[in-house]
Design a protein around this ligand. Structure first.
Ligand code: NAD
Length: 252
């Protein structure tokens, strides 16, 4: 458990900081009922085969993989999830004028729903609330395709060109959007304090934001219940529940 002296130290750093960059992973949304992938109860920890199914190559090659993906999108907990105390603590950080950018690996849009300004949120892995066509690139609200699934379609094609549709998220094997990841890295390099929250910090290139910020002079604070791949870089580790620790350090 994190000592109260660590919490107090990070509070003071945040009070003194002017450009906090938060980097969030799936762990900030588990209290909202959206499971993470690699935590102790994670989707892939419990079912390692699921990781293979989520590659873009399998998705494009196999209609059965796409049908399974659409069934799981239809049931995705993100549709009913509500932001939690961790998300709200980052809204408070923005209200205090301290949040330079919020870089998220999450695809659930809970930061925007909690009240962070969309222009501050950099979604490096996209959003599940839109579809994109693999052939023509058209992006549409996900709800339209969910309605087609509920009406009985199993592998809905793009209505504009007939191409393969997917959620507008980055699958394994798929390239990140260069402008988006560049923007995230620039923001990290401008930070005076980087808060890495609820990420195993194993997914690159976004995990590279942590050493980048550190080299550029930022203090690094890692908030997680479990060890991460970058704990040795941290100036302070806050070990425990995000929903308790983040409000304790962010709320002025
Ligand atoms: P991850 O699943 O690899 O790691 C989550 C981390 O958060 C783990 O270290 C876990 O121990 C920790 N954690 C979970 N709940 C916590 C809590 N309440 N308090 C403290 N720590 C907690 O997540 P990742 O590194 O973000 O990588 C998974 C990828 O999958 C992401 O890049 C993302 O694109 C995607 N994903 C997104 C969502 C979402 O949008 N909510 C959910 C699952 C996966």
């Amino acid at each position: 458990m994190t000592a109260s002296s660590s919490v107090e130290r990070v509070r003071q750093w945040i009070d003194a900081a002017e450009r906090v960059v938060a980097l969030t992973g799936a762990g900030i949304s588990t209290d909202s009922g959206i499971p993470d992938f690699r935590g102790p109860q994670g989707v892939w920890t419990r079912n390692p085969a699921a990781e293979k199914l989520s590659t873009i190559q399998n998705y494009l090659a196999d209609a059965e993989v796409r049908k399974a993906a659409w069934r799981s999108r239809l049931d995705n907990p993100a549709w009913t999830a509500q932001p939690n105390r961790g998300h709200r603590a980052l809204v408070e950080l923005e209200r205090r004028g301290k949040l330079h950018a919020l870089v998220t690996q999450n695809i659930d849009e809970l930061h925007q729903r909690a009240g962070n300004s969309p222009e501050r949120v950099i979604e490096v892995h996209g959003t599940i609330r839109r579809t994109m066509c693999w052939r023509c690139g058209e992006r549409r609200p996900m709800e339209e395709t969910l309605a087609r699934l509920r009406a009985g379609e199993e592998d809905p094609a793009c209505l504009a060109c007939g191409g393969i549709l997917k959620s507008d998220t980055i699958s394994f094997g798929q390239q990140l959007v260069p402008e988006v990841i560049d923007r995230a890295m620039r923001a990290a390099a401008e930070a005076d304090l980087l808060l890495a929250i609820g990420s195993t910090l194993q997914v690159y290139p976004v995990a590279g934001a942590v050493p980048l910020a550190k080299q550029a002079g930022a203090k690094v604070v890692i908030v997680n219940a479990e060890p991460t791949a970058m704990d040795e870089l941290a100036d302070e580790l806050l070990t425990g529940a995000i929903g308790e620790l983040l409000p304790a350090v962010c709320v002025g």
